[in-house]
Design a protein around this ligand. Structure first.
Ligand SMILES: Nc1ncnc2c1ncn2[C@@H]1O[C@H](COP(=O)(O)OP(=O)(O)OP(=O)(O)O)[C@@H](O)[C@H]1O
Ligand SMILES: [Mg+2]
Length: 432
């Protein structure tokens, strides 16, 4: 049997962004009487399915197109390569496909990672196709969230049945959901690495775009000092949000926030010491609500390294590991990366803070070795600039300095704004 399983599970919320689609050709398959309701009680019906067919291998992709050719007027859009990044996945999901059908064999590990990301961020039905009927691959596809596994050579009847199941899962009326925002989480390899400094300024840099709503959540409980860094005082705190998850929605959350003059909304840590252990479910709920309302949710996670219960690792758009080039920080970074960031998961970007290229400290090649990969960002050591920010309560990101330039660059990268896009724009600069 070609369709080895149908993994009919619940769906997750969708996440959307702008996306320039790389499409070879758009194929609209012919209508066919095959799907009339007398054959199939759960027939696809009047509305065609929109299908993203992702297949780097042209022969297998064409076979998939042929297998679907007799299944009604579906709109099949072909892609000759896998999405290269989570951002591309999110942009693809913005198109509200009913089905993503994907070649497993061209790069099984990457394909499985994509399936996980697609299923974590969208309500689309994922179908995998493969020439190999290996049970371990099948199980991994299922665990990643795929609902159908189709063997090549395709059996068009089985393909048709899989499409019927996908059509039945499709909501009767497509609700255009607002895109869930990016979750951009900053964690420290060690206390004092610079998480709060960088997260606050990164959020301020993001908030310079008037078209994007940015929220900074201080989750470094109970002693987080993001509000202090930004020179604001807050009446309510992250703990109020976490303690009220049963009534936490966008409107309730908005009442707990303070708006910084830069435009960034802040959910601060409490001003007083309140011993509090947040549950993983409460944190997940807070992220969910925050992402419904904000385009960017920046999190100061502090240096707590126990991610095991929360879905932050799974859900985060990007995790920024903030470290320094000292032995203890690099040692911690190495342990964290080996423990949490070796397989598929969120995008990890390493930020070396207080970096001094010509220092007598650890040589760059040793740093890269300890980090198991090159760091994406190196923020210079500039105590006078940081101190000035603290004294004047003016975020670095609002002034010009080597640190602020780098943080603005990080913010642009997080929103998919390339340097070239920036320079091409005339009269309007996204991040000042
Ligand atoms: N690039 C930098 N250059 C100079 N000083 C810096 C830099 N980044 C941070 N600092 C200073 O280092 C100290 C620690 O920074 P910060 O509070 O941001 O770290 P943290 O990781 O949030 O610490 P904690 O574990 O206490 O939450 C602060 O005094 C800050 O001003
Ligand atoms: Mg901090």
């Amino acid at each position: 049997m070609d369709s080895l399983y149908s993994n009919d599970r619940g769906s997750n919320d969708s996440q959307e962004e702008q996306y320039e689609m790389r499409s070879d050709r758009a194929v609209t398959t012919d209508s066919s009487p095959f799907f009339n309701s007398s054959h199939y009680p759960e027939s696809i019906g009047a509305t065609a399915l929109s299908i993203a067919l992702i297949g780097p291998d042209e022969e297998r992709r064409s076979a998939a197109v042929r297998a679907m050719a007799g299944t009604g007027g579906n709109d099949v859009r072909e892609f000759s390569s896998y999405p290269a990044s989570l951002d591309e996945v999110l942009k693809m999901l913005e198109r509200h496909y009913d089905i993503v059908m994907m070649d497993l064999d061209s790069d099984p590990e990457h394909a499985l990672e994509l399936v996980e990301n697609i299923c974590a961020n969208g309500s689309v039905t994922v179908m995998m196709y493969s020439e190999k009927a290996e049970s371990d691959l099948l199980v991994r596809c299922m665990r990643a969230g795929a609902r159908e596994f189709l063997n090549i050579p395709f059996d068009s009847n089985l393909v048709a049945e899989a499409l019927v199941r996908a059509a039945a899962r499709r909501p009767m009326v497509k609700v255009t959901k607002k895109a869930a925002g990016r979750l951009l989480t900053f964690i420290g390899a060690k206390g004092g690495s610079g998480v709060t400094t960088i997260a606050c300024n990164f959020a301020v840099a993001l908030a310079q775009d008037p078209n994007q709503k940015t929220l900074l959540i201080d989750l470094d409980l109970p002693l987080g000092d993001a509000a202090l860094n930004l020179g604001i005082t807050a009446e309510y705190s992250t703990i109020n949000a976490l303690q009220s998850t049963s009534r936490l929605d966008a409107s309730f959350l908005s009442q707990l926030l303070v708006k910084h003059s830069s435009g960034v909304s802040v959910l601060a840590a409490p001003g007083k010491f309140i011993p509090y252990e947040a549950s993983d479910e409460a944190i997940d709920r807070l992220f969910e609500v925050a992402r419904q309302d904000f385009d960017n949710v920046v999190v100061d996670w502090g240096s707590r390294v126990d991610f095991s219960g929360t879905s932050v690792l799974k859900q985060a758009t990007t995790i920024y590991l903030v470290t320094q080039a000292g032995i203890p920080e690099l040692r911690n970074s190495n342990r964290l990366i080996s423990q949490f960031f070796t397989g598929s998961g969120p995008r990890l970007e390493i930020v070396i803070n207080r970096f001094e290229p010509r220092s007598l400290g650890v040589a760059e090649e040793h740093i890269t070795k300890a980090l198991t990969r090159p760091a994406q960002w190196k923020i210079p050591n500039d105590y006078p600039a940081v101190r000035k920010m603290q004294v004047n309560a003016t975020p670095l990101a609002l002034a010009d300095s080597p640190i602020s330039r780098l943080i603005k660059q990080m913010a642009r990268a997080a929103t998919g704004q390339s340097e070239t896009t920036q320079t091409k724009k005339k009269g309007f600069s996204l991040f000042g």
